[in-house]
Design a protein around this ligand. Structure first.
Ligand SMILES: NC(=O)c1ccc[n+]([C@@H]2O[C@H](COP(=O)([O-])OP(=O)(O)OC[C@H]3O[C@@H](n4cnc5c(N)ncnc54)[C@H](O)[C@@H]3O)[C@@H](O)[C@H]2O)c1
Length: 379
């Protein structure tokens, strides 16, 4: 089987889907690898490193599409780009199918299998290929690093000859993968850390990382499979009222609240920001899906009444070496399960493959994508 590794096309993307380290592991599995020239440069892997690891390097992207049995990248390619895929071949990346309907139509036309990392079922067996969590962890870590850079305070308590410095107070809203990493990282830096989530079950997880779980007197919002569900306008208002005074007393807020398949809940109002102290910092990790703060501008830092509001996008790409290393291992963990004797063997009955395969043999298999297509949506 031939595996094609594409260079990422988004302007700020620095990661690569497969590193030379993983290339070395794929060769003995009977996989022939062709890497697009310059694909690894942003992550500090040059073409020579891929050649040494046993890959061929090509600057002919169309040919890579046309010759590979499996094409792999991180971000969804443009529909016109993917139109070069060989009929019946497979594409593996974060397809984000509902937002990329033209790409899905192209894969259907080409009878290609579109395997999406954002649709990996959240079951124990699939944790080793959970790229959303791997990248979410990086985002949580980096959010704290950005906050530490933006704040006008030390994170740790310090006893100095000039007097005692009190520690910064960090409040993390949303204690999923990124939020818990933010709690742990802020704690390591010595801050006083608090966490909050609409799912009360995460209390123990926040506490086990040294954070204090803040309980507001509002009902929890737990939906299917134990994930958060969208709050009603009334519940959100109650949450904002309960949180207002608390937020006024912290130095840094890191927001990571998301609801699967929905826009990010707007938790922090303008009035709440105006109640914060001058010099306070908000890092809004939900910026990609609209932000948890009403004043967040995706990809920008805004200052409102002396409060800095950061809306970083794609933080995983700011740590491309480790992000690509983890992504490559995730690809490797998947290939171990779907490559047999050097050939791609996709078992559509397998729960993981079934969940990831958005398109196959000219059909759309993902219910939400099917629905969006039937409504005639474009990208
Ligand atoms: N394979 C697996 O079993 C697996 C893999 C990854 C994650 N998980 C679990 O799934 C859960 C969620 O993971 P995630 O990080 O992808 O979630 P996510 O990115 O969808 O959301 C982040 C957090 O925001 C919270 N949230 C939503 N609305 C909120 C609001 N209004 N106020 C406060 N918080 C709000 C959610 O409860 C969640 O904890 C975690 O418990 C994680 O451990 C399981």
């Amino acid at each position: 089987m031939k595996l094609g590794i594409l260079k990422e096309m988004l302007p700020d993307e620095t990661r690569v889907a497969v590193t030379p380290e993983m290339t070395k592991k794929f060769v003995p599995m009977g996989i022939e690898i062709v890497v697009e020239a310059g694909a690894g440069l942003g992550a500090a892997h040059d073409d020579a490193a891929y050649r040494e690891a046993g890959a061929t390097v090509s600057d002919n992207r169309e040919q890579i599409w046309a010759e590979s049995d499996l094409v792999c990248c991180i971000n969804p390619p443009a529909a016109e780009d993917a139109a070069h895929i060989r009929e019946g071949a497979a594409l593996l990346c974060h397809l984000q199918p509902v937002s990329n309907l033209d790409l899905i139509r192209t894969l259907v036309d080409r009878k290609a299998t579109g395997l999406s990392f954002d649709q990996v079922p959240r079951i124990t067996r699939a944790q080793k290929i959970d790229s959303l969590s791997a990248m979410g962890s990086i985002a949580g870590y980096k959010a704290v690093v950005l906050a530490a850079d933006a704040t006008d305070k030390y994170f740790p308590m310090l006893m100095t000859a000039a007097g005692t410095v009190t520690p910064a107070k960090v409040f993390v809203i949303g204690a999923g993968v990124a939020g818990l990493m933010a709690v742990a990282t802020a704690k390591r830096l010595g801050a006083v850390v608090e966490g909050y989530d609409v799912r009360p079950d995460v209390k123990e997880q926040v506490e086990s990382l040294g954070g204090k779980f803040i309980e507001f007197e509002i009902e929890s919002a737990v939906g299917e499979g134990g994930y958060a569900k969208e709050q009603t306008a009334d519940q959100l208002k109650k949450q904002q009222d309960a949180m207002r005074d608390h937020i006024a007393g912290v130095d840094i807020v890191i927001t990571t609240a998301m609801v699967p398949g929905r826009p990010a809940p707007k938790i922090i109002t303008q009035e709440m920001v105006e109640g914060m102290r001058l010099g306070a910092v908000i890092v809004d990790l939900a910026a990609q899906t609209g932000g948890n703060c009403v004043l967040t501008k995706p990809g920008e830092t805004v200052v409102h009444n002396g409060v800095k509001i950061l809306g970083p996008l794609n933080l995983a790409a700011t740590m491309p070496f480790h992000a690509s290393g983890l992504f490559g291992r995730i690809v490797g963990n998947l290939l171990v399960d779907i490559v047999e004797e050097g050939e791609l063997k996709l078992d559509m009955e397998d729960e993981v493959v079934d969940g990831m395969a958005i398109t196959h043999a000219g059909e759309v298999r993902h219910a939400q994508t099917k629905e969006a297509l039937s409504e005639g949506g474009a990208t």
